[in-house]
Design a protein. Structure first.
Length: 196
């Protein structure tokens, strides 16, 4: 398991040998906090929580340049790829993943902000165990580099989870955990920009 970060902490995406990470995967996950409903036959039926992970790209002046989300799975420069929409949040591990080829990110991009939004407008007091983790996809087994678990809940429909920013020639991962409201990433472009 990678380094466990707390809200507000950051980690340089540089290996011990001084090389920068090149291919990373952001895994985001969550579980339903609401009790399971019973099916017709009395078996527990999981509560479906439809959250969406997205990436918003900004320049150095905090202007939005691009959004990668469930209806646009690839960034305009091709460096970021969303692996697809999970409509329920059911199952162990990552619910949605976003792949980032850091060397291929456009030079105009200074920050990549990762957000979770509730398309069905379910609030974060209905979920638990929300997390964001970074894996190094450039090596076999994709080891986890950092892990950030969100401990807060609340009556909001979106969360600015984390960001990856350029800093003196390398990339740095920051744990944010800032509540917002919105159905899609476009609704949280301003709150996400405010965290930069």
């Amino acid at each position: 398991m990678g380094l466990s970060l707390q809200k507000g902490q950051s980690l340089s995406l540089t290996k011990q040998n001084g090389e920068s990470l090149t291919f990373i995967r952001l895994g985001l996950g969550w579980d339903a906090a609401a009790p399971a409903k019973r099916s017709f036959f009395g078996r527990p039926k999981p509560t479906e929580i439809d959250l969406d992970a997205s990436a918003i790209l900004y320049d150095a002046s905090r202007n939005p340049l691009d959004v990668v989300y469930f209806q646009q799975l690839r960034s305009k420069d091709g460096s970021i790829q969303h692996t697809g929409d999970n409509l329920t949040g059911e199952g162990e591990g990552d619910d949605e993943s976003i792949l980032v080829n850091l060397p291929a990110v456009s030079p105009t991009v200074q920050h990549i902000v990762f957000v979770i939004t509730s398309y069905s407008q379910q609030t974060f007091d209905m979920i638990q165990n929300a997390f964001c983790r970074v894996m190094d996809d450039s090596v076999a087994g994709s080891p986890e580099v950092a892990h950030y678990r969100l401990n807060e809940s609340g009556h909001h429909t979106a969360m600015v989870m984390a960001k990856v920013s350029r800093s003196q020639g390398t990339w740095v991962f920051h744990a944010i955990g800032s509540p917002a409201n919105g159905k899609t990433a476009f609704d949280v472009v301003r709150p996400a920009a405010a965290t930069l």
